[in-house]
Design a protein around this ligand. Structure first.
Ligand code: ATP
Ligand code: MG
Ligand code: MG
Ligand code: MG
Length: 437
């Protein structure tokens, strides 16, 4: 992608109403534009990162056995009357009336709709276990939308829903998602800690929030320090293995403010391991049994021929919120530092003299070689001065910067910089390609 033909409206300074660093950097890097309170347009650079995060989330869901579908954003109010949530949900729900006076709503979540899909088609225990997920825009009329995409009103969520014949297998489904979430957040370069959580309006008795520690987080959290450094569990989804992962992590204390028990924290955790901090909720999983299947009559015939209500769980990831969380966790004074797994481009090639045909030729050869090696490349072919180009490259956080100027062309070398460490080397193009991998 040639920067001269791209759309990257960077800003010198962040607007004063952007209070936290991730929001400031997303605006300065030309990733988003606010269209209304809590409602954003995704500009090309922001969209590339959003798509990559979405893809990591999708792949990890599929590895855990979940199956993707896509449900609409608009839902019938009558469906929500069946579960009793239409009146219970309150002012966070955006209610809409169509030309036939039919009541609709913009979905804040999808338990009712997915239960309706399930009951329409699944009649036997032989189809279970089943886990259906989608990645779709949600709307919640938040009282205080703020911090950019972190607390939007329109936001992108991955939500999965599991269906099982009984509580024991539903708990296995829960454990699979527990493991999938640990793998997902690790791939995104985040240290997310599962914490016992309140089940809120969705109800149920087993629930964990996945929290990324950050000073700007909206939740107050308490946990054993050892949980923060634990490695991702990997992709063995055998019931005994996922139970063991769940047991290992939940044996250590970790709770959000609503569930915090100071006495238990002290009894269970050595003083040196007690961490009280602030955190960002990036995921949330629930087991809620027959809360929806009972009123909505989602039943299957069991092995004995008797109909039973299915046991369900739901599993959310804040896909758009994750951009903010990743930036909060990974930036410096110069800008964003994207983890390789979600970077909008793998490499930025910086042309230091666009008026020099030999430099242009060398840059174009480098871009071609990188693309042939499967890398995504942003080619800075603008006539901006070098200082400005370096500042933009640092600001937008591309993991590798490859700089070519007249001196390098004369000597047959390029300059390679790793954004995360600032480490620079002057090497032949082949060596640079090898380092980038
Ligand atoms: P919060 O406590 O931040 O209001 P929630 O508990 O209401 O979130 P859930 O119903 O658990 O949210 O939704 C699943 C996930 O969707 C959350 O863990 C979070 O990552 C994301 N999410 C929820 N609300 C928003 C929002 N307003 N903007 C962006 N992401 C959100
Ligand atoms: Mg909320
Ligand atoms: Mg919450
Ligand atoms: Mg939640």
């Amino acid at each position: 992608m040639r920067l001269s033909r791209y759309f990257l409206p960077t800003l010198k300074e962040a607007p004063s109403d952007a209070q936290i660093v991730s929001h400031q950097l997303m605006l300065r890097a030309g990733m988003i534009k606010q269209e209304a309170a809590g409602i954003y347009a995704w500009l090309p650079l922001g969209l590339r990162v959003l798509n990559r995060i979405e893809q990591v989330v999708r792949e990890e869901q599929e590895k855990a056995g979940a199956v993707e579908l896509l449900m609409p954003t608009l839902q019938l109010a009558d469906l929500w009357r069946e579960s009793g949530r239409y009146d219970a949900y309150g002012p966070e729900m955006l209610r809409i009336t169509d030309r036939h006076e039919r009541e609709l709503l913009y979905g804040p979540t999808n338990e009712e709709m997915v239960t309706d899909i399930f009951r329409s088609f699944v009649k036997s225990y032989k189809s279970l276990p089943l886990n259906l997920f989608h990645i779709q825009w949600k709307f919640r009329d938040e009282r205080r939308p703020r911090f950019g995409v972190m607390r939007g009103r329109e936001f992108l969520m991955k939500d999965a829903y599991s269906f099982d014949l009984d509580e024991a297998s539903a708990r296995t489904a829960y454990n699979r998602m527990f493991v999938a979430y640990l793998n997902t957040f690790a791939r995104l370069g985040l240290k997310a800690v599962p914490m016992r959580a309140d089940t809120g309006p969705i109800g149920g008795d087993l629930s964990h929030e996945f929290i990324v520690l950050a000073e700007t987080g909206e939740s107050e959290v308490f946990c054993d320090r050892k949980l923060v450094e634990m490695a991702a569990p990997g992709h063995d989804f055998d019931p005994a293995t996922v139970q063991a992962v769940f047991d290992e992590r939940t044996a250590l204390y970790a709770a959000t403010e609503e569930m915090h028990d100071a006495a238990q924290f002290e009894a269970q955790t050595a003083e040196a391991d007690r961490l009280s901090a602030r955190g960002i909720e990036v995921g949330h999983i629930f087991y809620f049994g027959t809360k929806y299947s009972e009123p909505m009559k989602a039943r299957v015939a069991g092995p004995d021929g008797v109909d039973t209500n299915v046991h369900m769980g739901s599993y959310g990831v804040g896909v758009s919120r994750l951009l903010g969380a990743i930036i909060e966790a990974s930036h410096d004074e110069a800008g964003i530092i994207w983890p390789d797994s979600v970077a909008p481009f793998d490499v930025v090639v910086i042309n230091l003299r666009v008026s020099d045909p030999a430099v242009c030729e060398a840059c174009e050869a480098a871009v071609a070689a990188l693309e042939a090696a499967g890398k995504t490349v942003l080619y800075d072919d603008t006539d901006e001065r070098p200082g400005g180009k370096f500042a933009t490259a640092d600001l937008i956080g591309i993991p590798w910067q490859l700089t070519i100027g007249p001196k390098g062309v004369a000597e047959g070398v390029v300059e390679l910089k790793r954004r995360a460490t600032g480490e620079k080397s002057t090497v032949a193009l082949d060596q640079a390609l090898e380092a980038i991998g």
